[in-house]
Write a protein that binds this ligand. Structure first.
Ligand code: SF4
Length: 488
């Protein structure tokens, strides 16, 4: 029996490959199915032509969807279902959270939860001996990653999260908890280094979540040192509790170059409503710790949520400006998603023509509504993903250059970059405040935005041109921020 698993790219700051799909493929291979993975592309039909070649040879098709691609993907697979009359399975967090709605509207899909082993076993019973596949590494099918030229790869030590933030999907699904031993993790890293992957993006929700993780982290650092492995990596951390300096230093010594943490919002209303600890003091302490060790950082922030007041919006914009993170335009145009089965779900308006209801709400404050609509219209004039990459890409490059003692060659470029970043941060703030204040978008706003986009693009282009020529190794460790696979 042959199964094809299809999915679209979700995150642009990581590898295009999905860890959950890689793990699912491995489980199906163990049950005797032949499995092939395909990455679809919403904007490049030629990638899809390649993916569809020989689709008629598959007995089953699995579509792992995401809220961003569901509507386009559902139509896609409906047409395939009608053309070939194949059984089509649907999976992914979005599919499971919206199961009832999907089953009503798109009956041709059979939904299962790829994060739950029982559900996988019920949907796909064993049919024969294990099928061998060369791209399986330490129980994950890496078929997509191995075809990508970039040296970055997603990896995981544990799944799940001990926190329960109200806006997050992570604890809404029934999933099978998994945890690797440190020696299994380091074996996996060692193997992947041999496959030319040298930048590891840990997908663990919180890599160190408290004292109980100290032993594990220290054992990890010790084992990496013992085996003399050279690589760089990126982890997610939390603001509470804050990771102690000694552990951070140990991680830095074995290659930690970047950290993600959720600042989310500075309003106490947000904190109580969404059950998430927030603290500007902890944010500042975290930044100090990271700066002291030359570790770059990326933050999560939620600016627009249903209950936000106009004043709170202004305060948060000012705070984002002070953090120098206004280039993260995604934060501005993506309002909080109200997920099914959460306490605010009743506030969503029904719209039978589509499955995803998570954005179907208006803001309580009419001035916030106006600001959100105008800012969304304004920033739709540029490619936001590219714009973020112009800053994220260089900031990651800086961390990697320092790690490999190549910083000096780029010192003046990076100083210029920081000047440009500061200037753009201030300009974006001015632009946002002006649009909010005047409650309209003028041609001059759009022109100013396009000018600052273009200057940032040119700066990125020349920086990466130099990086590509002088330090191709570092260049290829940086996720390229595009939907298509990195296969230059
Ligand atoms: S800490 Fe992060 S992953 Fe965990 S529940 Fe909160 S938002 Fe979700």
């Amino acid at each position: 029996m042959k199964i094809g698993i299809f999915y679209f790219r979700t995150l642009y700051t990581q590898s295009a490959a999905s860890l959950s799909v890689g793990k699912l493929s491995n489980k199906l291979l163990h049950k005797g199915y032949e499995v092939k993975l395909f990455l679809l592309n919403q904007s490049n039909v030629y990638d899809n032509i390649a993916a569809m070649e020989n689709i008629e040879n598959f007995d089953y098709i699995i579509y792992k969807c995401n809220y961003k691609d569901y509507e386009i993907g559902a139509n896609y697979f409906k047409n395939l279902y009608e053309k070939y009359n194949k059984k089509i399975y649907l999976t992914g967090v979005f599919a499971c959270l919206n199961k009832k709605r999907i089953e009503k509207k798109h009956r041709f899909f059979e939904i299962f939860n790829l994060l739950n082993d029982n559900d996988i076993n019920l949907t796909f019973p064993s049919i024969g001996p294990k099928v061998k596949k060369d791209t399986v590494i330490c129980n994950i099918d890496r078929e997509i990653e191995l075809s990508e030229h970039g040296k970055y790869i997603n990896i995981e030590l544990n799944n799940g999260c001990i926190k329960k933030c109200e806006f997050c999907h992570i604890n809404l699904l029934n999933y099978t908890r998994t945890s690797k031993s440190i020696s299994e993790l380091v074996d996996e890293i060692e193997y992947l280094i041999k496959c030319n992957k040298t930048f590891f993006i840990f997908n663990d929700c919180i890599f160190w979540s408290g004292k109980q993780d100290d032993e594990k982290i220290l054992a990890f650092c010790k084992e990496v040192k013992k085996r003399k492995l050279v690589f760089s990596f990126y982890v997610y951390l939390s603001l509470a509790p804050l990771i102690p300096d000694n552990l951070l230093k140990e991680l830095k010594d074995i290659g930690l170059v970047r950290v993600f943490f959720g600042v989310e919002n500075i309003s106490s209303d947000f904190s109580s409503h969404y059950s998430k600890f927030l603290s500007t003091k902890n944010t500042e302490n975290m930044i100090k710790k990271l700066d002291a060790l030359n570790i770059s950082y990326h933050i999560g922030y939620i600016l627009f949520y249903k209950q936000v007041s106009f004043q709170s919006l202004l305060d948060n914009l000012k705070y984002l400006k002070s953090l120098g993170k206004l280039f993260r335009l995604g934060i501005i145009i993506e309002k909080l998603r109200i997920l099914p089965n959460t306490k605010d779900a009743y506030l969503l308006t029904e719209n039978k023509s589509k499955i995803d209801m998570a954005y179907n709400y208006s803001f309580d404050d009419k001035k916030v509504e106006k600001a959100f609509n105008n800012l969304t219209d304004l920033f739709n004039n540029i490619n936001i993903r590219n714009f973020e990459q112009f800053f994220n890409g260089i900031s990651l490059a800086e961390g990697l250059l320092k790690r490999y003692n190549k910083y000096d060659k780029y010192k003046s470029d990076l100083l210029n970059f920081y000047k440009l970043k500061k200037e753009k941060n201030n300009k974006i703030y001015k632009l946002i405040i002006d649009v909010i204040r005047t409650e309209r978008i003028e041609e001059s706003h759009i022109n100013a935005l396009k000018t600052l986009y273009s200057k940032s693009e040119i700066n990125y282009l020349f920086f990466f041109k130099k990086l590509m020529a002088l330090d191709f190794d570092v260049f290829s460790m940086i996720p390229h921020g595009q939907e298509t696979l990195n296969v230059w």
